[in-house]
Design a protein around this ligand. Structure first.
Ligand code: AFP
Length: 320
């Protein structure tokens, strides 16, 4: 099995980007260790702080955020860092070549129940025409991403990543400490009857979204015998979809603050959309390609549907 470094070199990834990816992954290995220690590490439970989204931060989130932030700020290649857990972009090195955004622990409600969680990251080229410590560094569409990936802390730690080419899956080999290529190219089948959606939000959805689900659940023959699989961790749901197909959805709803759904564009929707597209799936928001959205806020939320092309297109044809 090939090591990550070798694969990246064979893929023609430039050396600086490889170095930066290695820096991020070294930190995720430390996070993986702490996650695996569970309660023994004394890091479960909530702190009393709230993050920018008004959510109570979990201790492990805070630690993962600090680890990633510190390592990235130390790296000369990095100009700016953004995180789900930071109100604003954090300046690192004015001459840095890249900017990095991350969700340190996606699915944090799963931390205390030993459920699936993961770190999502995305790398863009730095802008030269705006200050190095400004949020505006990240006002770039997802099509500008030079690398997107996640590390899933499950029964084994997996890295799923694309540097513009195929979406590849690597497994963390504890015997030598590196990531080994275990699925060279993930391919999302175009059809699937599996759905990842929080159905308890049905009453808050707009009429056309409800109509779609009514068809799906009660009348559509095509989706007869469909199944719901929902993790409350987008990273885990998207991983299943990348492995065997399906659809992840988080539509907008009428609850205060959810007018654009819940999923953050920069460090959730965009990297996971790039991984999905590069595995042959599609990812849209209100009928538009997610990667084409021009962001206007660091913590912008967007309605999301992504995964197998046929059911995603079917949703968009009914709702938009
Ligand atoms: P956190 O990273 O704050 O845990 O948020 C997770 C998430 O954004 C996404 O990963 C889940 O799919 C979604 O929230 C779950 O939201 P609901 O609890 O509203 O279903």
């Amino acid at each position: 099995m090939k090591r990550l470094n070798k694969v990246l070199k064979e893929d023609g990834v430039e050396t600086d980007l490889i170095m930066l990816i290695r820096t991020i992954l070294a930190t995720t290995k430390e996070i993986a260790f702490r996650v695996s220690q569970g309660e023994l590490a004394g890091v479960l439970g909530s702190t009393l702080n709230e993050n920018i989204q008004g959510e109570v931060q979990k201790k492990l989130d805070v630690i993962a955020n600090q680890l990633l932030k510190d390592t990235l700020i130390d790296d000369d290649l990095v100009k700016t860092v953004a995180s789900e857990e930071e109100d604003n972009a954090v300046g690192a090195h004015p001459e840095g070549k890249y900017i990095v955004a991350f969700d340190p622990l996606d699915g944090s409600s799963n931390i205390d129940v030993n459920g699936q969680i993961g770190t999502i990251f995305t790398i863009y080229p730095a802008k030269v025409d705006v200050p190095y410590d400004s949020d505006e560094q990240f006002n770039q569409p997802g099509t500008n991403q030079v690398c997107a990936g996640y590390v899933l802390y499950g029964p084994s730690s997996l890295l799923v990543m694309s540097t513009g080419g195929p979406t590849r899956c690597y497994t963390h080999d504890l015997t030598h400490g590196g990531f080994l290529l275990t699925k060279p190219e993930l391919l999302v089948p175009s059809k699937s009857r599996e759905f990842s959606v929080n159905m308890a939000n049905y009453r808050y959805w707009d009429e056309s979204t409800q109509v779609y689900f009514d068809k799906l659940l009660y009348t559509s023959e095509e989706f007869d015998k469909s199944s719901i699989r929902y993790n409350a961790a987008m990273v885990g749901d998207v991983h299943r979809i990348l492995c065997r197909g399906g659809v992840f959805m988080y539509p907008q709803d009428t609850r205060a603050g959810n007018e654009n759904g819940k999923i953050r564009l920069l460090y959730e929707a965009n990297p996971l959309a790039m991984l999905t597209e590069n595995a042959g799936g599609i990812a849209t928001s209100k009928g538009r390609r997610i990667l084409d959205i021009q962001p206007d806020d660091l913590h912008q939320r967007v309605p999301v549907i992504l995964g197998s092309s046929e059911p995603v297109n079917y949703f968009d044809s009914i709702v938009y």
